[in-house]
Design a protein around this ligand. Structure first.
Ligand SMILES: Nc1ncnc2c1ncn2[C@@H]1O[C@H](COP(=O)(O)OP(=O)(O)OP(=O)(O)O)[C@@H](O)[C@H]1O
Length: 378
């Protein structure tokens, strides 16, 4: 099994621990995205898999074998770096063949792999050029070709598309998906771009300050965030998060209350004390001019144009709430009402910041127990 297992893996530089207790598996053949803000430890984690960085705590297994002390060259990995790392004095062809020559492969096999890669990545006509005579996108494709020809079991990519403009990034991403579907290597892909992560990953592992926050499918990371960090990081504009007091079956936001006539929230108020954070995505809220059930009043602060819709920023009892609206009609200082649909509410524990309830269980009325998010926290 060409899988990768992190067993409480950590990395310290002197006294500074930059990766902390990573404990999860990457499955054979999957596209796993390491996502997180700058400095969270993504590259360090990838470099530990590649064997370019010592592991200072825990064990790392690849294909069932502990690799902590196995040098990079024996791990059967191909890596693509953000800055491409092409040899400037070598042509495209020489750059691509370099790794294979080191492996002492037969000429016929080298030519076969080279031609496949040149064709697949549309590089045939640039074969004899030096890197300085290529565009950023073309250089990036050469870096990919150089990794592809190695036919490695593990394909490790560190922000490989970040130097490309938006359009090129889109086509390069499609290319990468094609390559991956053809070879199905175990792929680990570092990015800080959530759109890239959501569109490209089979699963996403979100890191923050060296710790795993959640590892799951893009869909679950978006719809069932395991904690406040995940809820805030994924989604643009981000999820609204509001401190509320729960009393009986009402959630109080300042002086206003919405009735939470749901069995699981009643249970929550009994078992969890009364202070929680309520989360709801901007696209799940609706604005009206008139009060109604599950609606709270607020005042429009400003409206931002997001292209297909408008982000309306509303002051609600000192909380700033963003609501996506198809209409531009809302103007600053206008009094409005915001409807909170019960089926889209998330509840987070104020103290631990972990999710203690998310919307899906509302569809199953017979299930009155709280669904807990237990994945990958800590
Ligand atoms: N050689 C080093 N010595 C000391 N600290 C280091 C060293 N290399 C990295 N770090 C620190 O480790 C932390 C994690 O770095 P890393 O490059 O893994 O983050 P990242 O998530 O990939 O960030 P980015 O998206 O900005 O590349 C950072 O705080 C960084 O400053």
């Amino acid at each position: 099994m060409k899988n990768i297992q992190f067993d409480h893996v950590g990395k310290s530089y002197g006294p500074t621990e930059v990766v902390k207790g990573l404990h999860f598996d990457i499955k054979e053949g999957e596209r796993l995205i390491l996502l997180g803000p700058s400095g969270c430890g993504k590259s360090t984690t990838l470099r530990m898999i590649a064997g370019l960085e010592d592991i200072t705590a825990g064990n790392l297994y690849m294909d069932g074998k502990r690799v902590n002390d196995i040098p990079s060259g024996l791990r059967n990995v191909a890596m693509v770096f953000q800055n491409y790392a092409l040899y400037p004095h070598m042509t495209v062809r020489q750059n691509i063949l370099y790794a294979l020559k080191v492996q002492k492969m037969s000429k016929a096999e080298m030519d076969r792999r080279l031609n496949n890669a040149l064709e697949m990545l549309h590089l045939k006509e640039y074969e004899n050029r030096l890197p300085k005579d290529l565009s950023g996108g073309q250089r990036q494709r050469v870096a990919l070709a150089r990794a592809v020809v190695k036919n490695a079991d593990y394909f490790l990519l560190d922000e490989p598309l970040s130097n490309l403009d938006a359009q090129l990034r889109l086509s390069a991403r499609k290319e990468l998906i094609k390559i991956h579907e053809m070879y199905r290597q175990t792929m680990v892909y570092v990015t800080h771009d959530q759109v890239e992560a959501m569109t490209f990953g089979d699963r996403v592992a979100l890191l923050h300050e060296g710790r795993l926050q959640m590892i799951d499918t893009p869909e679950n990371v978006y719809h069932r965030p395991a904690n406040l960090f995940t809820a805030k990081f994924i989604g643009s504009p981000p999820m609204n998060l509001i401190n509320v007091n729960i009393q009986d079956s009402n959630a109080y936001i300042g002086g206003q209350a919405i009735s939470l006539d749901l069995m699981w929230l009643k249970q929550l108020s009994k078992s969890k004390g009364d202070k929680v954070i309520l989360g709801i995505r901007p696209e799940h809220l609706a604005i009206t001019n008139t009060p109604g059930d599950h609606s709270l009043g607020g005042v429009v602060k400003y409206v931002e144009n997001y292209g297909p819709s408008y982000g309306v920023s509303i002051d609600m009892e000192g909380n700033e709430i963003v609501v996506m609206s198809e209409e531009k009609q809302w103007s600053p200082d206008e009094k409005v009402y915001v409807k909170f649909p019960m089926k889209h509410l998330h509840i987070f524990d104020e103290e631990t910041t972990n999710s203690i309830g998310y919307p899906e269980q509302l569809d199953r009325e017979e299930d009155t127990t709280l669904k807990m998010n237990t994945i990958g926290v800590g």
